[in-house]
Write a protein that binds this ligand. Sequence first.
Ligand code: TRP
Length: 323
Amino acid sequence: MPAELRGAELRAADLRRAFADDVRDYLQRRPRQLPSKYFYDALGSSLFEAICLLPWYRITRAESALLERHAREMLEPLKRPLTLAELGCGSGDKLALLATRASERFQSIQLVDISPAALYAARRRVETLRAGPVVLHPATYEQGLTELARVRREGAMLVLFLGSNLGNFDPGPAREMLTRIRAALQPGDALLLGTDLVKPERELLLAYDDPLQVTAAFNRNLLRRINDELGGTFDLDGFAHRAVWNATESRIEMHLASPRAQQVQVAAAGLVIDFAAGDTIWTESSHKYEATHVVAEGHAAGFGSADQWIDTGARFALTRFSA
Ligand code: TRP
């Protein structure tokens, strides 16, 4: 077997081990949880792309429109040659939009995503632009940031952290994440941060519990993944998608609820879990912000000046922070 393939197999084994360890740890917590990074296998990434097209989920369209309209203004103050990097690029569509509107050549385009399937799709999308060499990093945000600091060349780097992905962290870890991004940057670099803003509860619930049940499929796919990759015995019809607005914490919470008592095993994690009727697994939070709060968080993480572009209809903000 060629050496690279042996390396790839080892990494696959390590990833599966880490997945099993996290499933064992988080499913035994109270309340029971699963880390949201495991949503994004090939099927999960495709379901997420479908969510982005739902009429009730406005984040992607609002953010894309802001990027398209203000691309040049957003990139204008940065020193050339410019390196563009995105943490959690998914399909790469938003970065492609920004690069197309900017119509310039970049030093390099660095794509970080936990899902190899998403990364390959993003590379195909971004390479058609011929806007600079494209480099892929199949990695978590943390590993990706280490890579970005390592591949850094002269000129400035703009890091994109879009889609209100910051909101999927609790407040403490969100601030740590911003601090980590800041630490990977150098003076003259910048962060472009996309955050969803507080809006009426009815709109929020429809965005995270859509009538076509694509979001429900996305959430339940995590259990399907555990069954397939870790020898789980989750009954996929035995868990229901729930989205709840927690006004005190200003966040949507996504859960998988067990309407009846049931036992589930996960062989690779050595787990046997008894769910009581009404027990839930908390799979994701999506925090919603005030625009001024976003700026304050960036400053608390050590960033300098901030410029903001807001879609007042969809209530979504893009904020550029200088490092
Ligand atoms: N960052 C996205 C958000 O908070 C992620 C997301 C969208 C999501 N829809 C979801 C996560 C449904 C879990 C379930 O909006």
